[in-house]
Design a protein around this ligand. Structure first.
Ligand code: TRP
Ligand code: ZN
Length: 873
């Protein structure tokens, strides 16, 4: 396997075009045959034909029907090369595959007896030799032949032409996709599946057949996915005027899947955990994730499929934009303010950490070893923030105008992030040349805030200075174009008029500063008293603030800000200040000194009666360990844990009765409802219970145990199970056993049981996790099992970075074991080592020992190698 880097600067336009391709699949138990017949046109005189292909058994190559002799072509580990070819010709290639032995879960493979494919990013080359690059778009005709009993359902992209009997108990299905596509969007499914059906009528009156497939017996759990699909189709019409373009839309749930889901044209393939749901088996969060991922994949039909990528360095063109679209959809389906808080929490916990670590890379990277490693929080979540900033600058109306322009210019094309930026900026008369640095420069900028109030002149001076720390290969950065939504509040919390000539107002009437220089001062005039600054409203840019705000201002904003994001942000800022002091004390073995002002503010929140429950739950949530690891200079997990437990216990002790009141008020109300309002009630109630559990009070643990026993939905059951799993309660073992007995045959649900045990702060967690890897329910070839047990453990900072154990060694062993079977999954585990620079010297040394050991393995995949070796430089 080549282990070299590829570079964006080496991009070359294709030298051939493909006018159409016919793919014939003959599926058997021991091997499968693929016959690929393409009509090819030379675009560059003299070009030699080079096709990608890996792990294939080549049976024959024909040009215009004539088989090539051995000397007329050449194969390497990665290519099929034919030096001289005609200008226009038919190329027929026959290959043999063994999907039953394919553990990488890319290309054609088998999961629970079902044949399925995963071609993004470069899996198509494991099916046949082809131009495996997204800028080669062509139309596909597909036939699938298989045993009729074992594989009654035969699916591919586009329109169903017919199914024929071919004798011997076998049948053959014919499919044709009328839309040109790159090969990464090709898909095939063959198996014995259950299905549910419904329809959607588009705004122009076409009736689309919708089908959701799952293992027999599971199809009744697909109705939430179906409803989510229908909502997505409607939303994309209403919001962006985008209509579906085929007669059928299919979703298939598969148990063994590397990622969440895949947007193959007309035939989405999903990880079953993102399809199957009913209130007994899925939590509110699961319902919400399913809705958003179904939407995400549906939205790709326009942003990704109709307009696709020129090359993989442009991945964020489709992923950032599609995440932005699914976030906006979720905001419209639930509560915009709460949704924004959740999206920013995920961004900060995951992407900010990535951007500060050894694998930081720009939203549009310039080089890589493994293309699969591009599927990162930076490409997806930061990519979405970049799109959101564009919308903030031009306003919603302006953004819609730009999107219309994007499709007008580029429908049917394979394009770049530059093309997108131009389509948004030009119709709005904006200049994005500086803005585009967000695509090219990695790292999270910090904006330092300095305030000065001139009493005599009645002027408020706001000075902003931006800085971005070096990231790999980018020692210095140019200033970013940063849209900062802001307001000034008077003493009573009223918004003050902003008389400053540098304030922009976008097409939604929102006030913003567009910071472009390294340092800039803004003068606001005509003010009687010192105003209170509310800045970075709605988190309008993915930046950190260095703002030594007065404590009283933070408490004031927490109560009074008109921007709900910032109200909650102030609780986080204050909590981080409190944690910082507590962590310091814990590290110095000093007694922990509780900040009573903060505890009182949290008590006031708990007692307030006028706050939306979902929002209140967010207000009560304290910053995660992942956030602490970023803001603290040393990752001392034990100290983090002591600080967190101390603060949570203090809050719970002050409010025992009030928290119980909240609990009883919402407990058991509408237990089966899927309404977002009810989700909010349950999240507040369960938040209250989780605080109460800090008290180590047997009476409370009985309440928890009762909730476990009597739960009428998975949200309540899981909350209680997680609390018990992380306790020394006498109910712990019984609850875990009970859960296992009830769900042991359900591959989706049993993952929750793994996670509950992998994420506890108990000292013996590592031993438990080790034992669970040998449990009959754990299968190391199943990505969901690996993620829910091992990756969850890797993200459990308290136990993963416990100086008393060697979790690193165990984890490295598992990465190596998985890497040999499935490099994509192994690579996803490597992120646990991203915090290496934050560890104290002893722990850092332990990590580096393991990383060196892994990198020294000669056949380590390029996926894992790329991510691990960066930690050594
Ligand atoms: N394109 C998919 C999405 O974002 C992601 C994806 C699906 C993927 N399967 C994958 C990424 C396999 C890497 C490998 O919707
Ligand atoms: Zn996507």
């Amino acid at each position: 396997m080549k282990q070299e880097k590829i570079y964006l600067k080496d991009y070359k336009a294709p030298t051939f075009s493909v006018e159409g391709i016919n793919l014939d699949f003959i599926l058997n138990e021991d091997f499968c045959r693929v016959i690929a017949k393409s009509e090819i046109k030379k675009q560059t005189p003299g070009a030699e034909l080079r096709l990608n292909g890996e792990e294939l058994k080549l049976v024959s190559v024909k040009i215009n029907g004539k088989a090539l002799a051995a000397g007329e072509y050449e194969t390497t580990e990665e290519e099929l090369i034919i030096k001289t070819v005609p200008d226009i010709f038919t190329l027929e290639i026959e290959t043999e595959l063994q999907p039953q032995n394919n553990t990488s879960l890319e290309g054609l493979y088998k999961s629970s007896g079902i044949f399925c494919t995963q071609c993004e990013a470069q899996g198509f080359r494991k099916i046949t030799y082809f131009f495996d690059r997204p800028d080669i778009m062509t139309s596909y005709s597909v036939t699938i032949e298989a045993d009729k009993k074992k594989y009654p359902v035969l699916l591919s992209n586009g329109d169903r032409i017919k199914v024929e009997d071919v004798g011997n108990g076998r049948h053959k299905a014919f499919w044709r996709d009328p839309h040109k596509k790159p090969c990464y969007l090709f898909a095939l499914v063959a198996g014995d599946l259950g299905v549910i059906r419904d329809t959607f009528t588009t705004k122009s009156g076409r009736k689309v057949n919708l089908e959701v497939y799952a293992a027999h017996g599971k199809q009744e759990r697909c109705w939430h996915a179906m409803a989510s699909l229908q909502k997505s189709m409607k939303w994309d019409e209403d919001t962006f005027g985008l209509e579906y373009d085929l007669n059928d839309y299919m979703i298939v749930a598969i148990d063994d899947f590397n990622a969440g889901a895949m947007e193959n044209k007309g035939l989405n393939i999903f990880n079953s955990r993102l399809v199957l749901a009913d209130s007994n088996s899925a939590t509110d969060v699961d319902f919400h994730s399913i809705e958003s991922v179904v939407a995400h994949e549906y939205f790709h039909n326009w942003t990704g499929n109709r307009v696709t990528l020129r090359d993989w360095f442009q991945l964020s063109l489709k992923e950032g934009l599609t995440v932005f679209r699914d976030q906006e959809f979720s905001a419209d389906m639930t509560d915009r303010g709460v949704q924004r808080i959740e999206d920013v929490d995920a961004l900060r916990a995951g992407q900010f950490a990535e951007d500060a670590g050894p694998n930081a890379h720009p939203v549009r990277p310039e080089s890589c070893m493994a293309v699969d490693n591009f599927f990162t929080m930076t490409i997806y979540e930061k990519g979405s923030e970049v799109i959101r900033m564009m919308q903030t600058i031009v306003g919603r109306k302006g953004f819609r105008k730009g999107m219309d322009e994007y499709f007008k210019r580029h429908d049917g094309q394979a394009v770049t992030t530059e093309d997108f930026a131009a389509a948004i900026s030009e119709p709005n008369g904006k200049d994005f040349s500086q803005f585009r640095r967000w695509y090219h420069q990695a790292g999270t900028p910090t904006i330092a805030i300095n305030e000065h109030f001139d009493d005599a002149k009645g002027e408020y001076h706001l000075t902003l200075e931006q800085h971005c720390a070096p990231t790999p290969n980018q020692p210095t950065k140019d200033p970013f174009h940063v849209p900062l939504m802001m307001g000034l509040l008077d003493k009573s919390g009223q918004e003050l008029p902003l008389s400053c000539d540098k304030i922009q107002v976008n097409t939604d009437g929102k006030n913003l500063i567009e910071l472009k220089d390294k340092k800039e001062t803004y003068v606001f005039k005509g003010l009687k008293d010192r105003p209170v600054l509310s800045i970075l409203r709605e988190f309008s840019a993915p930046v950190n603030l260095s703002w030594n705000a007065k404590e009283e201002d933070l408490y004031f904003l927490m109560e009074k800000d008109t921007d709900s994001f910032n109200r909650r942000e102030m609780t986080q800022k204050l909590a981080l200040r409190v944690f910082h002091k507590l962590i310091d004390q814990a590290r110095n073995k000093a007694p922990l000194n509780m900040d009573s002002r903060f505890v009182n503010a949290m008590s006031a929140l708990i007692r307030s009666n006028d706050m939306d429950p979902a929002f209140k739950a967010k207000m009560l949530q304290l910053p995660s360990y992942a956030v602490l690891a970023q803001v603290e200079s040393v990752l001392d997990a034990e100290a983090f844990h002591q600080a967190r437990v101390a603060l949570r216990t203090a809050i719970a002790r002050e409010n025992r009765q009030q928290l119980l009141d909240i609990y009883h008020k919402y407990h058991g109300v509408d237990p089966k409802s899927h309404d977002p309002k009810v989700f909010g009630h349950r999240s507040l109630k369960n938040q209250a219970l989780t605080y109460l559990a800090e008290l180590n009070d047997p009476e409370i643990m009985d309440v928890v145990n009762n909730q476990y026993q009597q739960a009428q939905n998975m949200t309540d059951r899981m909350t209680a199970l997680m609390i018990l799993a992380d306790s020394e309660s006498k109910h712990r073992e019984a609850a875990l056993n009970d859960f296992y007995q009830n769900w042991k045959d359900d591959s989706v649900v049993i993952n929750k049981w793994f996670t509950a045990q992998a994420t506890t702060s108990r000292k013996q967690t590592l031993e438990d996790v080790k034992a669970l890897t040998k449990h009959p329910a754990f299968n190391i070839t199943n990505p969901n099992n690996v993620y829910s047990l091992l990756r969850a453990f890797g993200a459990n900072l308290v136990r993963f970075h416990d100086p008393k154990t060697d979790a690193y060694e165990f984890y490295a062993d598992k990465i190596l074991e998985i890497d040999g079977k499935n490099p994509q999954v192994a690579a996803r585990l490597c992120a646990a080592f991203n915090f290496v620079q934050k560890l104290d010297p002893v722990m850092k040394d332990k990590v580096l020992t393991q990383i060196k050991r892994m990198v020294a393995v000669p056949n380590l995949s390029k996926n894992s190698r790329e991510l691990l070796q960066s930690a050594l430089t």
